[in-house]
Write a new protein. Structure first.
Length: 168
């Protein structure tokens, strides 16, 4: 008699695990090549508005991560770029050092951390993105389960609560 509740508990656990594994046994999503475009700009830079327009134009594409950083070297006594931070300037100089350059400028863009260019030139920006798309690292972007799909338990405690019918 004591074996019957234990058998029900084990069968319930097995069916719950099978349901969860079925939800994840689908074909994995195809890898995509994510292109990261980093624009270094300043409010005091006359060539930056066209570069920002170019960045905004590509920002909505699903395979592009468009980032804009305000740098501080345009700041002067009495005027300060309100979006600039020292960390962004340091990041740009770290790229310059990596590329063995002794200068940095606005509006400078790095594509996937390698190609650098004046991002106000849309044709060159598009070409650098195309090159990175064909040569960049592949990423698999996982999709979240939709309503009705089983999710894997976060822990054994969660699984234990689900088997016992307790709220998590």
């Amino acid at each position: 008699m004591m074996h019957r509740p234990l058998l029900k508990l084990l069968l319930g656990a097995l069916s719950l695990l099978a349901c969860c594994e079925l939800g994840y046994a689908q074909e994995p999503p195809a890898p995509v090549r994510l292109v990261v475009v980093e624009l270094f700009q300043s409010q005091g830079c006359s060539s930056c508005p066209p570069a920002e327009a170019n960045l905004n134009a590509i920002a909505g594409q699903p395979d592009i991560l468009a980032l804009s950083y305000g740098v501080t070297y345009w700041d002067s006594p009495g005027w300060k770029d309100t979006f600039a931070t020292r960390a962004y300037t340091d990041r740009q100089w770290a790229y310059a050092k990596y590329r063995r350059r002794n200068n940095a400028w606005t509006s400078q863009a790095y594509v996937n951390g390698h190609a650098d260019l004046a991002s106000s030139d849309r044709e060159k920006l598009d070409q650098a993105i195309a090159d990175a798309t064909s040569q960049g690292p592949q990423l698999v972007l996982a999709e979240r389960p939709t309503r009705g799909q089983c999710r894997k338990p976060r822990s054994l405690q969660t699984l234990r609560h689900a088997l016992l019918g307790l709220r998590v």
